[in-house]
Ligand binder design. Sequence first.
Ligand SMILES: Cc1cc2nc3c(=O)[nH]c(=O)nc-3n(C[C@H](O)[C@H](O)[C@H](O)COP(=O)(O)O)c2cc1C
Length: 218
Amino acid sequence: MKVLLISSSPRREESQTFLLAKEVLRGLCEQGVKTEAIHLAEHHIDFCRHCEECHKKILRCSVKDSILLILNKMLEADAIILASPSYINQVTASMKALFDRSSHFIHCKRLLGKYIVGVVSSGSGEDKEVLDYIKYYANTCGAQYSGGVSSCAYAVRERMDDAYQLGKKLNQDIKEKIVFPDQMKIIDAGKEHFKRIIQLRKEDWKEEYQYWQDKGWI
Ligand SMILES: Cc1cc2nc3c(=O)[nH]c(=O)nc-3n(C[C@H](O)[C@H](O)[C@H](O)COP(=O)(O)O)c2cc1C
């Protein structure tokens, strides 16, 4: 079992969000789970150019940067912790660039069977919209959202135990293959939507269409 933490604060190790996310990792590590942490600030991820190369050829991109390295790590993980400070009530632009560059995951529901956890910190402590967006991203890629933890930057230490408990819960969810029926309904509806789109675009998006065929979904 492997869990990947992707942290998007430019402050890296000094980040309050990362401080909280590390407690989620501690909850996992104590139960023997292998973990890896990535700071997006140590990678270059350009903006999506909507060239559709990634839909024509799976895990190909015309922009040559760190994206494929990170997407492959996400595919190898059983669960992903997405940690972002709130920037204007959203994930950071670096995290959003990663989301945009992973649209193949959405077309082919590549994170099905995986779990995602959200970690957010902010100046105000009003983090719900950011956590909701991370949950939206998880479901749209086919993953289930195991839960989130957030904190005002000035009170992170008060939320450390919640973060630690979330790590333990994530381990249980993965081990027991927990199903959240309300989220599976959303994931299935998203799949039905893309079934139509993939069929419509099958001449252009040849490898994604092939992926759907290989899965027996079309
Ligand atoms: C560009 C920018 C935008 C921000 N926008 C918000 C915001 O909309 N709401 C909020 O509560 N805090 C906002 N903050 C404060 C950060 O979310 C807060 O300081 C956070 O804890 C920083 O996390 P870090 O230490 O992990 O980088 C913003 C900070 C920056 C630099």
